[in-house]
Design a protein around this ligand. Structure first.
Ligand code: AQP
Length: 335
């Protein structure tokens, strides 16, 4: 039976790429009736130093963002990773299965250490994909909705499952399928069409945060980098125009139509017409979410209660899988 797992790091604020590439898809999968488990991966966030107060706040804010976007804590399991100890326990076993060379080849590792002294990066940042494999395989999840940037980490998750099964001569961990679909699997920075939109980009103008107000959203789209050409007649005309293509894809994903439909509606119009339409659409879709997040954030105890309840349900699935793993590798546990 299919089981969906995915997670997001509680760092800074949710941005439009996280929403369109991940959260919106999470909601669709929940609403399709599949069993869905969604995590706030606080242990992953710690791989880069986080101020403790900010980490706590960002964890609650992400929980509020999930719920405000349509995740229902009764239909999906919503929790923060550190409350289910099996994630860290299985990650240790996977640290002993995965190879240093595999980790060193990850583009996220290379990107996050580019221009810096990699020797000074945390050991946790290097081993990040092994914890991610544990997150997924601890639930024997079969499907993982993510943005395009996570594709390589999911391939590594598959490699870890295959190597574990091979090393211990078992058929225990499933080979997981990434689910990377839709018009917005890679939302780009509003300042640079060659970089993905990211929570941790130093430029706030590069992204739309889910917490931005209507004026900020309109201003960021108005200032978004574009070329001077009008929109083309068809999507092929966007091929060498990364910034224009990005804005069309964002519009399509927000409006839940194809990029083709957007291009045919705006063909021949300039960005002077397209950007305000995009800003209006984004405000219409995002401001109810922001309002609901503010409402939920006013009651942190209720958010903590929801996460605690989700953690208990997650643990009930995880614990037997962890115990079987211990038995397979030969670790004694009390029965
Ligand atoms: N630009 C994007 N377009 C589409 N999907 C995206 N995702 C992230 N950026 C985009 C997807 O959102 C999920 C959350 O990812 P994460 O929090 O684990 O970290 P990330 O991928 O590294 O995202 P950020 O925003 O760039 O965070 P920071 O700056 O903290 O590293 C994933 O499914 C991801 O694919």
């Amino acid at each position: 039976t299919p089981r969906v797992f995915s997670g997001i790091q509680p760092t800074n604020h949710l941005q439009l790429g996280n929403y369109l590439g991940a959260v919106k898809r999470f909601v669709e999968m929940q609403n399709s009736g599949i069993e869905t488990i969604y995590c706030i991966v606080d242990l992953h966030a710690m791989t880069v130093w986080q101020n403790p107060t900010d980490l706590t706040r960002a964890t609650r804010e992400l929980a509020a963002g999930y719920i405000a976007s349509g995740l229902d804590p009764r239909r999906s399991i919503l929790f923060n990773q550190s409350q289910v100890p099996g994630h860290a326990q299985l990650a240790w076993i996977f640290n002993c299965v995965a190879r240093m060379g595999w980790m060193g080849r990850m583009t996220q590792w290379k990107d996050k250490t580019a221009g810096k002294d990699a020797e000074k990066a945390s050991l946790g940042l290097f081993a990040y994909p092994s914890l991610m494999a544990a997150d997924i395989l601890l639930y024997h999840a079969t499907h993982v909705p993510v943005g395009e940037d996570q594709k390589q980490h999911l391939e590594l998750t598959r490699d870890i499952a295959i190597k574990f099964n091979h090393d211990y001569k078992v058929d225990f961990f499933p080979v997981t399928e990434p689910v990377i679909e839709g018009a917005a699997t890679r939302v780009m920075s509003l300042r640079d069409g060659s970089k993905k939109m990211s929570k941790s980009d130093p430029s706030d103008a590069s992204r739309i945060n889910l917490t931005d107000d209507a004026d900020t959203i309109a201003q960021k789209f108005r200032k978004a980098k574009t070329d001077a050409e009008p929109l083309p007649e068809n999507v092929e005309g966007l091929k060498d125009r990364p910034e224009a293509r990005n804005l069309v894809n964002i519009y399509a994903a927000l409006a839940e139509v194809t990029p083709e439909a957007v291009v045919s509606e705006f063909a021949g119009k300039g960005f002077g017409a397209f950007k305000p339409a995009l800003a209006d659409l984004a405000v219409a879709k995002l401001s109810p979410i922001a309002d609901e997040m503010t409402r939920l954030m006013a009651d942190p105890a209720e958010i903590d209660r929801i996460l605690g309840d989700g953690a208990e349900r997650a643990n009930a699935i995880a614990q037997p899988i962890l115990e079987q793993t211990y038995d397979i590798v030969g670790l004694i546990r009390s029965r």
